[in-house]
Design a protein around this ligand. Structure first.
Ligand code: FSO
Ligand code: SF4
Length: 543
């Protein structure tokens, strides 16, 4: 295996024998083969589109779900990925038939009839097969961004929002992976194009979420527990959230969010459920002990699974759905014929479980997505004009298990009282319980929501640019100190670069998949920088 798609890649290079995330060698290789298969599918699909033919929507749904399933800590189930490779070959052959010709490229022609053949090929098709390190780095940036894009698109798709431009782009970007004729400059331009479509995907998801569930609004989220059995739901998928809330209503079972599902608490459509109690625990990496003490079933709707300890007590109450998967956990099947997913098995099990053990109490405040912040625009603009707010710090992105991420807690605490943190994603867990106070009633930590709601932060910045009559988004008193972990953060970063945001600080370390030359392009053209000590960075940011 050779995997360096996330921030925790071993030794800042790559995981080569087993993943720090827990992904095993065979699974990592099989995921490479799955991506390779989707490249072959895409070659046919793009050729057919060029001839004016329609592509069956199931093809792009398959591509989207395959990309999503290979995101860091989404799916640990070998069987699922092996089946996907087999399905990919069937889809590819159907497209070949539709085209009436074979395309001459290994991804379009390979066969693997047995598991041995699959495993043997799987070892050869990863990024290490690209010799030129700059080409490898640029293609990594595109593919990893594409995985994040596919995840966001999948959530929008689940809410009935699709965009053929995104279907076409996913195929086109996968075809880029097969091309050897593109120069480093062309690939660099394509990185930005990926960011452009990242904005399209996040805007689509924002429209899907808000038109279905209302605009997030200022909300006080309860962190304590009640005395009923509960179900804990993690991940990002709001459609799953909706169906779980509906199916648990009146059953005596409470529902709590974990990790990235916390922002579900901010949506009007969910707040109305009396049995939706609040949020339990911290960000994804703290799940092992928290899932023990929760006592009830846990439903993963997306990525952010931490492998279970051998002495765990919760594998028998762990469920996955959608792109997520884990050996030994029950997988709730996809919706069919427009019907809701069936969560009854989870609910029946929950009824027999003890209530959660309370691990913290109190409340946090969130719900500052674009609509809510723009509703407060007058207040915010006044505070900037009077100097009550001197600077905004976008501290969006991810949390992770490494010790050095305490930097973000220290940084948030060290920020002067006349600054406001704009956040989204699970990075917030490093400082959202610190009680950093407010400025004239505006909380000093404004949480827009999930990582995809980083889109909201861009909308807010563009609105402020308009209100202040500025030419350039970079003239705003906004600094960017972003934490990343997995591939959704890659697409968020590319989206910000596409929108023209400069001087983003990215930590806790720069991606291992960047070659020195490609890192230099990011530094020289976009002012990307890493992080230093809190003390030094305060000086840099506050001038
Ligand atoms: Fe997971 Fe966190 Fe949404 Fe992200 S690590 S990480 S970009 O904020 O969450 O999926
Ligand atoms: Fe390593 Fe991250 Fe890849 Fe997991 S996803 S194998 S931790 S680089």
């Amino acid at each position: 295996m050779y995997c360096n798609q996330c921030q925790e890649a071993a030794k800042g290079y790559a995981c080569t024998s087993v993943g720090v995330c827990g992904k095993k060698n065979d699974l990592a290789n099989m995921m490479d083969l799955l991506i390779y298969s989707t490249e072959g599918i895409s070659l046919y699909a793009q050729e057919l589109r060029a001839k004016g033919q329609k592509i069956d929507p199931k093809v792009d749904l398959f591509i989207m779900e395959s990309l999503f399933a290979t995101i860091t800590n989404a799916n640990f189930d070998d069987e699922v990925i092996i089946k996907r490779v087999k399905d990919a070959l069937v889809i590819r052959e159907e497209l070949k038939k539709q085209l009436g010709a074979e395309i001459n490229h290994p991804t379009a022609t390979f066969t693997a009839a047995t598991l041995d053949e699959m495993n043997s090929l799987a070892q050869k098709v990863g990024f290490l097969s690209i010799e030129n390190e700059d080409v490898r780095a640029l293609k990594s940036l595109i593919l990893f961004g594409l995985k994040g894009l596919a995840a966001y698109y999948h959530h929008a798709h689940n809410l009935g929002h699709n965009d053929e431009k995104l279907d076409n782009f996913m195929e086109e970007a996968l075809v880029v992976m097969t091309r050897e004729d593109m120069s480093a400059d062309e690939l660099t331009a394509y990185v930005l194009k990926t960011g452009e479509f990242g904005v399209t995907a996040m805007a689509l998801l924002d429209a899907a979420n808000t038109s279905t569930y209302g605009n997030p609004e200022i909300t006080t989220v309860n962190l304590g527990t009640r005395n009923n059995p509960g179900i804990l739901i993690s991940g990002h998928d709001l459609k799953d959230m909706e169906e779980l809330l509906k199916q648990t209503e009146g059953t005596g079972v409470d529902v709590y969010t974990h990790g990235e599902m916390l922002p579900a608490n901010y949506y009007p459509a969910f707040k109305k459920y009396e049995h939706f109690v609040g949020n339990y625990g911290g960000s994804w990496w703290s799940q092992n002990p928290e899932f023990e003490s929760f006592n009830g079933p846990i439903l993963f709707t997306t990525n952010c699974i931490v492998p279970l300890k051998s002495n765990n007590t919760y594998l028998n109450r762990m469920y996955t759905t959608g792109a997520s998967g884990y050996p030994g956990a029950v997988h709730i099947p996809d919706r069919e014929d427009g019907k809701a997913k069936d969560f009854s098995a989870i609910i029946e099990q929950a009824k027999k479980c003890a209530p959660p053990v309370q691990i913290e109490e109190g409340q946090i405040v969130g719900g500052f997505a674009h609509n809510q912040v723009i509703a407060l625009a007058d207040k915010v603009v006044d505070a900037v004009k009077t100097g009550a707010i001197k600077k905004f710090f976008v501290m969006a992105g991810c949390d992770g298990r490494f010790k050095e991420r305490s930097y973000y807690t220290d940084f948030a605490e060290a920020l002067p009282q006349d600054t406001v943190i704009l956040t989204a994603g699970c990075a917030k867990y490093r400082y959202n319980k610190l009680n950093l106070g407010d400025i004239g009633g505006i909380p000093r930590v404004l949480d827009a929501g999930q990582c995809n709601d980083s889109y909201s932060l861009a909308v807010i910045a563009l609105k402020l640019k308009e209100v202040f009559g500025l030419e350039d988004i970079n003239e705003l008193p906004i600094a960017y100190n972003i934490a990343w972990y997995e591939q959704k953060a890659v697409i968020v970063l590319l989206a910000l670069l596409y929108l023209g945001v400069k001087n983003i600080h990215l930590g806790p370390t720069l991606p291992a998949f960047l070659s020195p030359n490609v890192a230099n392009v990011l530094v020289n053209n976009f002012g990307i920088a890493g992080i230093g000590t809190v003390e030094d960075d305060m000086k840099v940011f506050l001038g």
